[in-house]
Design a protein around this ligand. Structure first.
Ligand code: NAD
Ligand code: MN
Length: 358
């Protein structure tokens, strides 16, 4: 029996709904597969924990997480606490502290889901966006001077290291090499940002020499938004900085049907630390507590987690169950134009997993 220790952090808002739903689905899958066992520990970290303890996770939180094989995360964000406090209190310290430098965001049109792009089908929207997850614009460097005074100054300094840029580009080229189309688009803004982004361009050209079987091109980030809308079929794997890929992947999620479907993996490809798997959406205050959050993103990211753990068959079976469920519009939550509840979608996926013909 292969055994894995999973830290579940539901966090805030709909994270409290979609992570338990995902754990239910994983239990059904575990019963079906029989080859592995998940030992799940749910950690009550997030904004309520902060209200009680003055911090979002314990001081030794990272050390605690290192004992797990993977982290299954919901979202963090609270209507009463500023977003930069919550994000820097929980999610970013985990990603940066565990050096999960590769943020992988697939965007694919699942069966039964319509893209807002008229006339585009699944063969035209099948992308993976790779986001640099450890530095760049979210390095946290900068500060404020003359606080509150008329001459107040704030700096937000983007940090690009050759090592950081090279490792994410190598990862992206490697990922592109493993896909059938073997295409990579390197996105920057090297016309306006002439230091860090030009370094990206230079390192991309160097790394590309080691991947002669991958065809690659460059695109400026503003032009990339129009290419995603107008020529989606020309895109396969995309790599970009922390900020640029953050924005592009929300657009990708919307073009692939809904933010409620899009998963992400925060990987330490060197496997020195556990990787973290989460939906790309946030805590969604507007629908929290209503039981209508789409749990598909958290199911899909659970499949990515199994894949990362080496359970490829289980991951494929879970994806097949997800696709069977999305194919039926009766299982669509309100974000997809339907009226299904989180509960209904969860039960449908569990039922599909229990069925014999999957
Ligand atoms: P959001 O992703 O929470 O919500 C954006 C919109 O998408 C909302 O209308 C929401 O209802 C909808 N939506 C999101 N997920 C959905 C789902 N599973 N099913 C159906 N509809 C869904 O983004 P926001 O409103 O910008 O942010 C809300 C809070 O979440 C903020 O505090 C923000 O900082 C935080 N946030 C956290 C993360 C994270 O923890 N990784 C990511 C993004 C935002
Ligand atoms: Mn985002």
């Amino acid at each position: 029996m292969r055994e894995y220790r999973i830290a579940a952090i539901p966090g805030d808002g709909i994270g409290q709904e979609v992570v338990p739903a995902g754990l239910e689905v994983l239990r059904a899958l575990e019963a079906r597969e029989a080859g592995f066992r998940l030992h799940v520990e749910t950690l009550p970290w997030g904004s309520d924990y902060y209200r009680r303890h003055g911090r979002f996770m314990p001081a030794d939180g990272l050390e605690l997480l290192r004992r797990f094989d993977a982290i299954y995360f919901g979202a963090v964000g609270d209507s009463e606490i500023p977003d930069h406090v919550t994000l820097w209190g929980l999610r970013l310290p985990i990603c940066q502290g565990l050096d999960q430098y590769a943020n992988v965001r697939p965007a694919r049109l699942l069966p039964g889901i319509k893209s807002p792009l008229a006339g585009r089908g699944p063969e035209e929207i099948d992308w993976v966006i790779v986001r640099e997850n450890s530095e760049g614009e979210y390095a946290g460097t900068g500060g404020r001077v003359h606080r509150g005074l008329p001459l107040e100054v704030a700096t937000e300094v983007a940090v690009f290291t050759r090592a950081g840029v090279e490792r994410i580009l190598r990862f992206a080229f490697g990922l592109a090499r493993g896909r059938s189309r073997r295409k990579l688009t390197v996105v920057t803004k090297s016309n306006a940002q002439r230091h860090g982004m030009v370094l990206w361009d230079e390192v991309a050209a160097e790394v590309a020499r080691d991947f002669p079987d991958v065809s690659w091109d460059k695109e400026l980030v503003d032009a990339m938004t129009t290419r995603m809308v107008l020529k989606p079929q020309t895109i396969d794997v995309v790599v970009a900085t922390n900020l640029h890929a953050d924005i592009l992947s929300d657009l990708a999620a919307a073009l692939a049907g809904s933010l409620g479907i899009a998963p992400t993996a925060n990987l330490d490809p060197a496997r020195r630390s556990p990787s973290m798997f989460e939906p790309i959406h946030g805590s969604a205050f507007d629908i929290a507590g209503k039981g209508i959050a789409n749990p598909i993103a958290s199911f899909w990211t659970a499949a990515m987690m199994l894949e990362h753990l080496g359970e490829k068959d289980a991951a494929a079976r879970l994806m097949a169950a997800i696709e069977r469920v999305t194919a039926d519009p009766a299982n669509h939550t309100p974000d997809l134009g339907g009226s299904a509840t989180t509960r209904r979608v969860t039960e449908a996926v569990c039922d599909a997993l229990r069925g014999a013909n999957l």
